[in-house]
Write a protein that binds this ligand. Structure first.
Ligand code: GLN
Length: 562
């Protein structure tokens, strides 16, 4: 196995994930098979219990792993299906070591960070890198490892030490270290400053790792003399100083790397020159340029719990982007804090209330994404009602589907007490209920998680037509509550149709509303499997409906002309 390790210095939030996945893209374009590992040095076992409003969204994998959002980047950029073990955390490593200690596997030895934790890290990396994740058999050629955090953080020390040892045992031809750093411009003089990078490289070298490459983030392209300085002071050859300056969209990053011949230098470092071909990035060039030149946009109202940190809904945003590009449109996402739509807000914050409603009314479609807890639920119900009554295309994801069910029960069935037991444990009409297999005491890894099959009940539904599959849909789940099977009969009398159910027939997965241009709710999260160039079917449906093209699209596919 050949390893490409990507570390970060100076500050966090440099786009290390995008850099690492772009390196993967370039290597893949050279004909190599690539896998990836993300190391998160925090103590959480996984990202499942972390707040998306602090840490960004929780990404869900096929196997039900709740992982860091960077794994989403890898899946999308490299078109992979990763496993939960591709995300290593301090929590997971300690858990495995402590379990072995309790079993007595260490035979009376004192269990220590070095060598036991570091050995566990090395073993984990070696075994996970061998798992095929690209649909082919056998291990990949290259494993890109991204070390989260910045070099020098106390919690990443055991990982740095383990990676140093891994480098030593893998040998120089099998290891390539790329350090992502920041070159800021300060003051009126506007000079590109290399000192922060020098310091962080020095820190890395003090820990026994010398970077082979620098990937410098900067606003403008690096000047020749900045590069020379970096080369001289950081002990990195000039040809290995890569520059990722700001670009109009992230799909330019692999192109930027190729332009700087990063692939040649990395292949040389990994002694892979003879097996690789020149990188074919035609698809990326087309996508990056097409996006830059798009002029028309479509307004999408995103009605969520909080809207401060857009990373909280990262995969939804990406899925909208993929769908819009397929329709030659730029997404214009209008963020609406659901609570601003509520009557209460009209009294407390009238300006925010009227602005929220104006934004909603000016949008071409409405999306209510997944979420937990009761904040903003009333506002989401109002948004779903507005979309239903005004025939505005609506996509409700997970919580968004449950919202539709509550809304229909209250407005159409007249059940005033309809609610989810998540928000009101003693709701007189519990239309969304806790799933029997859930745990009430443990939050982590206790939901219905990962890829599950949904059986379509009829081929004559918009979902079947968009997925081009009359029988089933495989998508990823992450929920604790479900539609109460006892109220399905009543709900179906209102015009809602549960067109997708799980294999038992008891669990509602997809709802559609008749006599509406596009009103779909899904218990799963279609956003996780959306890819650039392969947009998620339901997101595509939403955008097509928002722009009046859905019918034509469905017809042309039925005739087999596209
Ligand atoms: N809170 C809801 C549930 O647990 C919805 C979850 C979600 O939207 N991911 O079922």
């Amino acid at each position: 196995m050949k390893y490409v390790l990507v570390t970060g210095g100076v500050v966090s939030g440099l786009g290390k994930g995008v850099t690492a996945s772009s390196i993967g893209v370039v290597l893949k374009a050279c004909g190599l098979r690539v896998t990836s590992i993300k190391i998160d040095p925090y103590l959480n076992t996984d990202a499942g219990t972390m707040s998306p409003f602090e840490h960004g969204e929780v990404f869900v994998l096929d196997d039900g792993g709740e992982v860091d959002l960077d794994l989403g980047n890898y899946e999308r950029f490299l078109d992979l299906r990763l496993t939960r073990d591709n995300n290593i955390t301090t929590g997971k490593i300690y858990q495995s070591v402590l379990e072995k200690e309790r079993k007595g596997d260490y035979l009376g030895k004192t269990v220590q960070v070095v060598p036991h934790i570091t050995d566990a890290i090395k073993d984990w990396i070696e075994s996970v890198s061998a798992i095929p994740v690209d649909g082919k058999e056998g291990p990949a050629d290259v494993c890109v490892i991204e070390l989260g955090g910045t070099v020098g953080d106390i919690e990443s020390m055991p990982f740095i030490e383990a990676l140093r040892q891994l480098f030593f045992s893998a040998g120089p031809d099998n290891f390539c270290l790329i350090h992502v750093s920041l070159v800021p411009v300060l003051g009126v003089v506007g000079e590109q400053k290399t000192k922060p990078t020098q310091h962080s490289v020095r820190e890395l070298r003090a820990l026994g790792l010398t970077p082979h490459f620098l990937a410098c983030r900067s606003a403008q392209p690096l000047l020749e003399n900045t590069k020379q300085k970096l080369s001289q002071f950081c002990h990195v050859p000039g040809a290995n100083i890569l520059n990722i300056h700001d670009v109009p969209n992230i799909w330019h990053v692999p192109l930027l790397l190729r332009k700087q011949n990063a692939h040649e230098a990395i292949l040389k470092q990994l002694a892979l020159h003879s097996v690789a071909r020149p990188p074919n990035l035609q698809e990326w060039t087309t996508r990056a340029e097409t996006f830059d030149n798009l002029t028309n946009s479509v307004k999408i109202a995103m009605v969520g719990k909080y809207v401060g940190l857009t990373d909280s809904y990262l995969s939804v945003v990406k899925a909208l982007l993929h769908a819009c590009i397929a329709c030659s449109l730029k997404p214009s996402i209008e963020w609406i804090a659901a609570s601003d739509l509520e009557d209460e807000s009209a009294k407390q914050t009238p300006e925010a209330h009227s602005k929220a409603w104006e934004t909603l009314r000016n949008s071409a479609c409405v999306l209510v994404p997944g979420g937990f807890g009761d904040r903003g639920v009333t506002g989401m119900i109002l948004a779903a009602k507005y979309a239903r009554e005004n025939k505005v295309p609506y996509l409700g994801i997970c919580l968004g589907m449950q919202i539709s069910v509550i809304e229909m029960s209250r407005s159409v069935l007249g059940w005033k007490g309809a609610n989810s037991t998540e928000f009101d444990e003693h709701a007189p009409n519990p239309v969304v209920i806790f799933m029997p297999e859930g745990s009430r005491t443990h939050m982590g890894n206790t939901m219905r998680l990962g890829s599950r099959r949904t059986l379509l009940q009829t081929a004559d539904c918009i979902t079947a037509k968009l997925y081009h599959n009359p029988e089933y849909v495989d998508e990823r789940h992450r929920h604790r509550y479900e539609v109460n099977p006892e109220v399905v009969g009543d709900l179906e009398k209102t015009g809602l149709k549960f067109v997708g159910k799980d294999e038992s027939g008891q669990r509602m997965e997809i709802l559609e509303l008749h006599n509406h241009p596009f009103y779909v709710g899904v218990q799963f999260h279609p956003e996780y499997k959306s890819r650039p160039g392969k947009p998620s079917a339901l997101f595509l449906g939403l955008i097509l409906a928002a722009t009046g093209q859905l019918e034509a699209y469905v017809k042309s596919h039925q005739n087999g002309s596209i």
